[in-house]
Ligand binder design. Structure first.
Ligand code: ADP
Length: 569
């Protein structure tokens, strides 16, 4: 964090100086008593001028101290918030650049909890508690130093009690931080539960599970309540305990100061001064424990945020060489074995296949066979455990990720539209596309016709808050996006859900225009698509079981022929 805060160092240094002024300002009050009591009250002449002078002095010092408090809290709040703002973006960027394998391990709600609750804990600690803590500490240290200066003997008590307070605070800090961590984990559960249910709201309704989900949410909520209360309770137990220790110390000091006055080591003015200092020290001392609690909560938030910041990000392989020959799109899988988890069972086993540039390849086979996994390896969402994948005879890892992915477009099973206009969505893979290019892509994808019928045409907002489009329309936007990207390699995950025959025909016509000349991997579910393929790979159990054209494979009478008979014939 210190490294990240570097741009704000000058401001923070200034804030530190102001903090010292703000923290020491109140001590001026204590100086007033020896002057006022010993020199004004006990002086038979009662010099009122001196009283007024002292009052004016204390007033001015406090004015300066309060101005410094304002300046300090403004500067630290500003720097703290700036710092957090930059952390928020860093966190987002790291999340975006996280390797797929890492991303898979996280529930979406976990990210949301870290972006919101954990970041808030960190913000509060950094921009509110820490600056106040600093001022309180200055006041505390200043008044203790001054107490020792006024009467070191009385101050000995401090050295007896301070370690006790210290011990108690340290113990509570550990407990609070452990219970805060548990509470933050429960918040993450809660928001995971929430995101999941919100995404599946239609299913919840359709299966009549509103009550069940509410119960589940309320259990999650109770767990959070319990964990959160525990951490609050710890904080609240700490305050009275610390306060009782301090009270005991005060009583001891009281007895001792009576003795000091009787034996004549201190004047009444000095005793007053001493007690003013004690009172000044108590407030920060009492609050210190709470600050330490807040700061340790902030540290829990910070450590949960750094957990993400410290994760690896996707990077080009050391063997990657930029600016090679343009990608043509020939693919070769050489003995590829792959598992999603390092210690998990393999999903692909010694898979070998070659695909010429411009070939249309249909991947068919039972679900769970590994078709999606195969296409996931091409853009290097994951890397094989052993074996290699080559593109135009070069190992995939020798290409920079950006170059590799620039040559690929994916049309997923469920078209993913982001909030924005239709034009924005089509241009997602090529932000510099002109309006004419976007329109041309939409035309190619057979999308223009319905887009122009929308009230705002290409400027119609879609996505979460926008116009609802039908499945077929979304598919065509998704295809237009791929058209605009003009990829060498196209990955198509065909929708399993049936579209109406009109949409289906439009999509097929669009694909007829899009596919030629590009290497295409289709996870195919429709006979018409399979027929169009130059080559069919029948995948089962993570292996290529059969390979050939539709006619070849039918003639062979093997697994594909059986599938064909069961599904299409
Ligand atoms: P298909 O596309 O042929 O239906 P997949 O490639 O999706 O099959 O899945 C192959 C196997 O890999 C399945 O057993 C599936 O459970 C597993 N799998 C898929 N995705 C993941 C993932 N992200 N993490 C762990 N296992 C996965």
């Amino acid at each position: 964090m210190l490294r990240e805060a570097r741009p704000y160092y000058p401001r923070l240094a200034f804030a530190l100086v102001l903090g010292v002024i703000a923290g020491l300002g109140p001590l001026a009050f204590s100086n007033a008593f020896p002057l006022v009591i010993d020199r004004v009250v006990e002086n038979p002449k009662h010099p009122i001028g001196l009283l007024l002078l002292v009052m004016a002095g204390v007033f001015v010092v406090n004015l300066i101290a309060n101005a410094a408090t304002y300046g300090q809290s403004y500067l630290t709040a500003w720097s703290g918030q700036r710092l957090i703002a930059s952390f928020r973006v860093r966190l987002f960027e790291r999340t975006m650049r996280m390797p797929m394998a890492e991303f898979d391990r996280w529930r979406p709600g976990e990210f949301i909890a870290r972006f919101t609750n954990d970041l808030t804990l960190m913000t509060d600690a950094l921009s509110v508690s820490l600056p106040q803590f600093f001022v309180a500490l200055v006041t505390l240290v200043g008044s203790i130093a001054y107490m020792i200066y006024v009467d070191w003997l009385l101050s000995l008590f401090l050295f007896v009690f301070a370690p006790v307070v210290n011990f108690v605070v340290a113990m509570f800090t550990r407990l609070i931080s452990a219970s805060t961590r548990r509470a933050q984990e429960r918040v993450a559960d809660l928001s995971s539960n929430l995101t999941e249910v919100l995404q599946g709201e239609r299913i919840v309704k359709a299966f009549g599970r509103e009550g069940y989900e509410t119960t589940r949410f309320s259990e999650s909520n109770e767990n959070y309540f319990g964990a959160f209360m525990k951490s609050i309770q710890l904080g609240q137990t700490q305050t009275p305990i610390v306060s009782m220790i301090i009270t005991t110390a005060l009583l001891a000091i009281m007895a001792a100061s009576v003795r000091e006055t009787i034996v004549g080591r201190l004047t009444s003015g000095q005793v007053f001064q001493y007690w003013t200092l004690v009172v000044l020290a108590i407030n920060p001392l009492n609050r210190l424990a709470a600050f330490v609690g807040d700061i340790s909560k902030g540290l829990v938030g910070a450590s949960r945020i750094f957990e993400i910041l410290d994760l690896p990000i996707e990077e080009d392989d050391a063997r990657a060489i930029a600016g090679g020959a343009p990608i043509r799109g020939a693919l070769a899988f050489n003995g590829v074995t792959f598992a999603y988890k390092a210690d998990g069972a393999a999903v692909l086993h010694d898979l070998t296949a070659t695909i010429e540039a411009g070939e249309i390849v249909a991947l068919v086979g039972p679900s769970g066979a590994g078709k999606t996994t195969i296409v996931n390896l091409v853009p290097r969402f994951y890397d094989p455990r052993s074996g290699t994948i080559e593109i135009d005879g070069r190992p995939l890892v020798s290409l920079p990720l950006a170059e590799l992915r620039a040559a690929i477009a994916i049309v997923p099973q469920e078209a993913m539209l982001f909030s924005g206009t239709i034009a924005d969505n089509i241009a997602y893979g090529r932000l510099d596309a002109t309006r004419a290019q976007i329109a041309a892509a939409a035309r190619e994808a057979n999308a223009e016709e319905f887009v122009l019928e929308l009230p705002l045409g290409y400027e119609t907002p879609v996505g979460e808050r926008g116009t609802r489009l039908s499945g077929g329309q979304r598919q065509r936007i998704s295809i237009a996006r791929a058209v605009l990207r003009d990829p060498r390699i196209l990955i198509l995950d065909e929708a399993t859900s049936a579209l109406d025959s009109h949409s289906e025909r439009l999509i097929e016509a669009a694909l007829d225009r899009l596919l030629p000349g590009r290497t295409t991997l289709i996870i195919a579910h429709r006979l018409s698509t399979i027929r169009r393929a130059n080559k069919i790979l029948y995948i089962d159990g993570g292996r290529v079981v059969e390979m050939g054209t539709h006619d070849d494979l039918l003639a062979r009478g093997g697994a594909y022929a059986a599938l064909h008979a069961a599904q299409f014939a």
